[in-house]
Design a protein around this ligand. Structure first.
Ligand SMILES: CSC[C@@H](O)[C@@H](O)C(=O)COP(=O)(O)O
Length: 367
């Protein structure tokens, strides 16, 4: 997508043909800084520190991380070490394991002399596939938005609520939840997005609002507790969120607070859709609530807030009294029964195993 007239993806191979560039998402929206990833350790740290974040982008970064590892040492032992190190970078987004498994399955049978070129090739394909998948999600989600648009009076906006950042910054390009929104906006539909701020790291306020603003999509940032009120007053036509892992039974894991939005949507008859690329499906588990590992992050994220002062300095301040215990659960799981539908690259699906398995037969059970 465009930033100040220049086309950017969230991650790319640099012109030198081996280092990887990425937008440092920890610095947005205050500063636009490009980071250089030059080793598997750099890639691991980029994922762990949330320089890059969002399930599909974590997967693409890990794939490039494997390629960087092979460039240094293409032995079996180095492959195993890089796999284990990258896998441990973050626990919840299954795209990380999916991408590492893709790389390992390809590289293990090859002689060491062929591994570097093959790894870079597959990592670039994974990135390109993500872009194509998101465009597919966009087309199917656009049809949904068009249906709602047909029920509106001329000039009346379609109000879409989203949580966290499932935009182009969370993927290689386009985003998952935002792909239908960008296509709808670009096709001339009058969309307006309610952007949940998404404490504690404020991915909505810092990243989604930044993206939508740069693309000219009308939006309003709201505190995380506002969605229920808006839904009661018919101010939300549709909710679309992203996800970090969908269990085979259709349970959806996403950024903390998603479950509460789904409950409010259910109570108010608001359609609640989840946009996902197929690598986000974990066919190996059947109970998202009990089986998906929920990342617990530093309590500092809850106890502090970072922002820009009036004179332009970026500062972090404490908002919790010294001595008060703090907990920081980063994700929650929305049960499939609260999900109206899944927007995938192969169309809208019911959140259940049979629908997922028949849409993605090549994934089989457990892959
Ligand atoms: C297309 S991204 C979907 C999810 O990964 C996104 O909504 C989310 O929860 C990201 O969490 P984050 O902790 O910022 O990596």
């Amino acid at each position: 997508m465009k930033v100040d007239g220049r086309h950017f993806r969230s991650i790319w191979l640099e012109d030198d043909g081996w280092t990887v560039g990425a937008i440092d998402q920890r610095r947005l929206p205050h500063e636009f800084v490009v980071a250089r990833i030059a080793s598997a350790a750099d890639a691991t740290e980029a994922i762990h520190s949330m320089l890059v974040r969002g399930a599909p982008l974590i997967g693409a970064t890990a794939a490039y991380g494997m390629a960087l590892a092979m460039r240094t040492d293409a032995s079996d032992a180095a492959l195993d070490r890089a796999y284990a190190m990258l896998l441990a970078a973050r626990p919840t987004a299954i795209n990380l394991k999916w991408a590492l498994d893709e790389m390992a399955r390809l590289l293990r049978p090859l002689p060491a002399s062929e591994r570097v070129a093959a790894a870079y090739q597959r990592a670039s394909e994974i990135a390109e596939e993500d872009v194509a998948i998101n465009q597919g999600i966009g087309r199917h989600g656009l049809a949904l938005i068009e249906q709602i648009a047909a029920t509106k009076q001329p000039g009346e906006p379609i109000n879409i609520l989203t949580h966290c950042n499932a935009g182009w910054l969370a993927t290689v390009d386009w985003g998952t939840a935002t792909a239908p929104i960008y296509l709808a906006h670009d096709s001339g539909l009058k969309v307006h997005v309610w952007v949940d701020e998404t404490r504690p790291r404020n991915q909505g306020a810092s990243l989604t609002a930044w993206e939508l603003g740069h693309h000219g999509v009308p939006h309003t940032v709201i505190s995380d507790n506002t969605g229920g009120h808006l839904m009661q007053h018919r101010m939300v036509d549709l909710a679309i969120v992203g996800t970090d892992r969908v269990a085979a039974n259709g349970d959806v894991c996403n950024k903390i607070g998603t479950y509460l939005k789904a409950l409010a949507a259910h109570d108010n008859g608001v359609p609640f859709y989840v946009a996902l690329p197929s690598p986000t499906i974990d066919f190996s588990i059947d109970d998202g609530i009990r089986q998906i590992p929920i990342e617990q992050r530093s309590t500092e994220e809850v106890a502090t807030m970072t922002g820009r002062t009036a004179d332009g300095r970026v500062e972090t301040v404490r908002v919790v009294p010294d001595g008060s215990p703090v907990a920081n659960y980063a994700f929650d799981v929305t049960p499939a029964r609260l999900v109206t539908g899944l927007i995938t690259e192969r169309g809208l699906l019911r959140p259940e195993r049979a629908a997922l398995a028949s849409a993605f037969p090549e994934r089989g059970a457990g892959h």
